[in-house]
Design a protein around this ligand. Structure first.
Ligand code: NAG
Length: 373
């Protein structure tokens, strides 16, 4: 073989190898692994197995409605100020996000703050100071939910100003820019009102899509249903439909985290012999570990052991359920979590997040399943 042919062939082989390597590294890119820690759970921060995560959200800082500043309550101050340092002990690379608001805070206060330039500035500036003073890597806004066209507009403006401010602060402090995320509705369309997707995608590093609480005994009392199905048919609410809507309206897939619940919803069956999805029900069940119909995965495991029952996994919709007597619980067990993480991987999503760490069991079964899928 002529030496020029040889060198030509070896260059080709070299190029192919390079391509293979590149393909391998992009295909094997680790998706981000997020979880919320909620101070109200009383779960010790030191017990978070942070090696199973890349991002941990510390929930929640509050909005002061008089000053429009973000504050940390005095009861949370000590835990929040050492949060990052504590979770870094088991994972020096984990990123921490200070999460603001939450489902039990009043959305009207966020709407009011976001409606005026001065109050937006109070929010933005105070949030940055709080994040820096407490050692967080970023900030997460959990306003549930901006709902009118005016509020959507304010939400977009707030995010744009927030991003500009963290960029500016990074230049002046010489520190890496604070990361920005938000927990958002399951779809980019809030019951007919579109979210400001271009401001969201230009301003935030990613969004936490709350792909759960589709059905529950408090608001769909008369029949059981998968509370956080990934897929659905016949008009059933499901996670995939919402994520498709986010992507179709312009949100890059790699800025979307799919959320899953570390808890289930418990209904009371009307007839214990009718016990599948969409079985007749009569509101929330009561019993050990059930509070307002909600039950943590930890307590579902206890329910399963105490009643010697076997959970059902439905791979078509991606949901588990388990029942005993007239108590019926829809939830995500290992199979559902694994299927959702595979979905995140296959669709090139940013990753996933779980709500919330205290509800996982003592062996971190769900967190571990997600982390190793
Ligand atoms: C899964 O749930 C769907 C929706 O209720 C149902 O149509 C389907 O038959 C179930 N699959 C299995 C294997 O039970």
């Amino acid at each position: 073989m002529a030496s020029s042919t040889k060198s030509f062939l070896s260059s080709i082989i070299f190029l192919l190898l390079l391509l293979l390597l590149q393909f391998h590294s992009s295909a094997g890119q680790t998706r981000r692994k997020g979880v919320y820690w909620f101070s109200g759970s009383e779960f010790p921060v030191a017990n978070i197995n942070s090696a199973l995560f890349t991002h941990i959200f510390c929930a929640f800082a509050d909005l002061n409605t008089n000053t429009n500043q973000v504050t940390i309550s005095s009861s949370n101050a000590a835990k929040f100020s050492t949060f990052t340092q504590t979770v870094r002990q088991k994972n020096p690379n984990v990123k921490t996000m200070l999460s603001i608001g939450g489902g039990s805070s009043n959305p009207t206060n966020f709407a009011s703050m976001a409606s005026q330039p001065n109050s937006r500035k109070s929010f933005v500036d105070s949030s940055i100071t709080l994040a820096r003073n407490n050692g967080f890597d970023g900030l997460d806004l959990d306003w549930e939910y901006p709902s009118t066209p005016t509020e959507m507009n304010s939400f977009g403006t707030l995010l744009t100003e927030w991003r500009a401010a963290v960029v500016k602060e990074s230049v002046s402090s010489g520190k890496p820019r604070l990361l920005l995320s938000a927990a958002v509705f399951r779809s980019s369309n809030y019951y007919g009102t579109p979210l400001p997707v271009s401001s969201i995608s230009n301003s935030l590093d990613w969004i936490n899509v709350m792909s759960y609480d589709f059905y529950g005994p408090g608001w769909s009392a008369s029949s059981t249903a998968p509370p956080a199905a990934l897929f659905g048919s016949g008009g059933q609410v499901n996670g995939n439909a919402g994520i498709r809507e986010w992507i179709q309206s312009g949100m890059p897939a790699n800025k979307i985290a799919i959320g899953f619940p570390f808890y289930g919803w418990a209904w009371r069956l009307v007839d214990q012999n009718k016990n599948g999805f969409y079985a007749p029900a009569n509101g929330a069940a009561t019993g050990a570990g059930i509070s307002g119909g909600a039950i943590s995965y930890r307590d579902i495991k206890t329910f399963i052991a105490a009643n010697r029952v076997t959970p059902v996994y439905n791979a078509t919709v991606v949901s588990n359920y388990v029942y005993s007597g007239t108590t019926w619980i829809g939830y995500d067990d290992k199979q559902s979590i694994a299927a959702k993480v595979s979905y995140a991987n296959a669709n090139g999503l940013w990753g996933y997040f779980g709500w919330q760490i205290a509800a996982d069991d003592d062996s971190s079964t769900l967190s571990r399943t997600a982390s190793t899928t």
